[in-house]
Design a protein around this ligand. Sequence first.
Ligand code: CU
Length: 159
Amino acid sequence: MKHALRTSALSTLLAMAAAGAAASGSHADAIGEPGVPAKATRTVQVDMTDGMRFTPADVRVKQGETVRFVVKNAGQLKHELVLGTEQSLKAHYEAMKKNPEMEHAEPNMVTLAPGKTGEVVWRFTHAGKVDFGCLQPGHYDAGMKGAVTVAALPAVDRR
Ligand SMILES: [Cu+2]
């Protein structure tokens, strides 16, 4: 009973934190924004395996590009692909470890049961690096992570 209460309080806290982050928009701004599927200029297939790897783990895009990630869980375990800053991924991962039952669904992520395929459509608005990882307990620590390198466009091409 004591444990259940604690978990419930934690869930409430996490939900409040998530709502706050969504309201401020700061998290999404740092890595880009949800993409409009019809505007996707490229499709990238990503496989997730029980070897705790994403294939490919290195994706290169151009600033402003909308990318459709078609993500396949080729393993026997639940896996997910979450886009974020390294800092936000680590924070989220620690929260998940404390509360493995935590359910979440946001535009920057897709969680998949074994054998399932799903999509994340994302527009990369800033040049630099956007990290991604699987935040299922133990997976991120085991190396289930990757990065999207966003190449800057010449100023004249920016919109
Ligand atoms: Cu995983």
